[in-house]
Design a protein around this ligand. Sequence first.
Ligand code: ATP
Ligand code: MG
Length: 452
Amino acid sequence: MSGSITPVTRFERVGAHSHIRGLGLDEKLKALPVADGMVGQISAREAAGIIVQMIKKGKMAGRAVLLAGPPGTGKTAIAMGIARELGKDVPFITLHASEIYSSELKKTEVLMRAVRKAIGVRLREKRKVYEGELTHFELKTAKHPYNPYQEVAESARITLATSSESRSFTVSGSLASNMLAQGIRVGDVLQIDAETGRVIRLGRSENAAERYEIADYTEKPIPRPKGPVEKEKEFIYLVTLHDLDMMESRGRGGFFTIIFGGVAGGEIDSETRRRVDEYVKERIEEGTAEIIPGVLFIDDVSMLDIEAFSFLSTVLESELSPIIVFATNRGITKVRGADIEAPHGMPLDLLDRLLIINTEMYSRDEVREILKIRAREEGVPLSDDALEYLVDVGTSKSLRYAVQLLTPAYEKARVEGKDKVSKDDVEYVVSLFSDVARSIEYVKRYEEYMMR
Ligand SMILES: Nc1ncnc2c1ncn2[C@@H]1O[C@H](COP(=O)(O)OP(=O)(O)OP(=O)(O)O)[C@@H](O)[C@H]1O
Ligand SMILES: [Mg+2]
């Protein structure tokens, strides 16, 4: 065990895109026709692959990407593919543009949070620890203060041994209970944080395993640590600027609080963020921190308004900026909050900074392939004619709609005692559920009767 802990707070919108495992590219960044759950959309995927390389090499600073194309052509899927390719150490944050119109927080605060969640900080921290094989454990119990029938750990006497020394300590009741709760026993190799008393079980000692339990261990034993019991160890923590903001705003020093959890909502003022930036900069100068710019993916970007756009332009110019990836299915449309029309509803100064990737409509074969993958992912067995009918729906209405129908159709089939979806199951759910175009038409037709 390297001693590194990664308490990264990050969420991803999966569901409809859970089958996407990457961009499906070979070593030369050429797209394979079907790979990593991805089908077709060759040039967009290859373009996305180049973006991933640029991000990994730090050559994307302050830039933005726009995925533009008709509905259901895989823009969100490709963004998810980028996230997978970047790996888990690079933050990837998804924000649906409409989320900025939250009732709780100001628009710019929602954006600022997302921006700071998308910037990772790798902190290296030296900590004093006690490390060794537990060779002696003697628990001292006392009666529970409120319940005389219950015994609680009051303290314990423990001995830790390395290959060169052995030291005994008296530890608190809570540390002792913590050890008991983890099932720690004599012969385990432990690491105890000197300041917080946090106990980590590193493994079973080879020593103990050889002596007592040759026939009976399932984990591979590890050697006794070398050197003194008390030592300084370097730990690496991956946090985001947002994590640090939250801790700073709660006034609790040290980033250990987040490892123990318990950070929640609340407005963060700019002074707090300034102090965090200051702290991070100092640590970078000291050589104990490193910035990992991540990706902020803003889906359905034409939902943003002029105020949000100008905020994002400023972010892109600042020294601490994530890489922003936008997606849109709109052509020329009004910029919200302004009286102008613009391509994709985005202000021109922002458009100027974009690398634009277009997605194309799928062929029938590609739609079929995607539906097959989704059906497998959702565990929906399809008969051939059901699949063909869904392909019709996917090409004539939308791919997203066809994908959405898979599970309802399967429910229908199951109610009838079948274990495979047939064409009439699909026809039936098509009659029950509308695609967006049909729904809009319906609402229009009956507008005067609908709620206003
Ligand atoms: N090339 C692809 N390979 C595999 N799955 C895909 C591909 N393109 C789209 N999909 C899947 O098809 C469905 C619709 O695609 P997606 O939601 O990504 O489209 P979109 O371009 O973001 O549409 P919209 O403009 O409506 O947001 C999703 O379940 C998605 O994961
Ligand atoms: Mg989308």
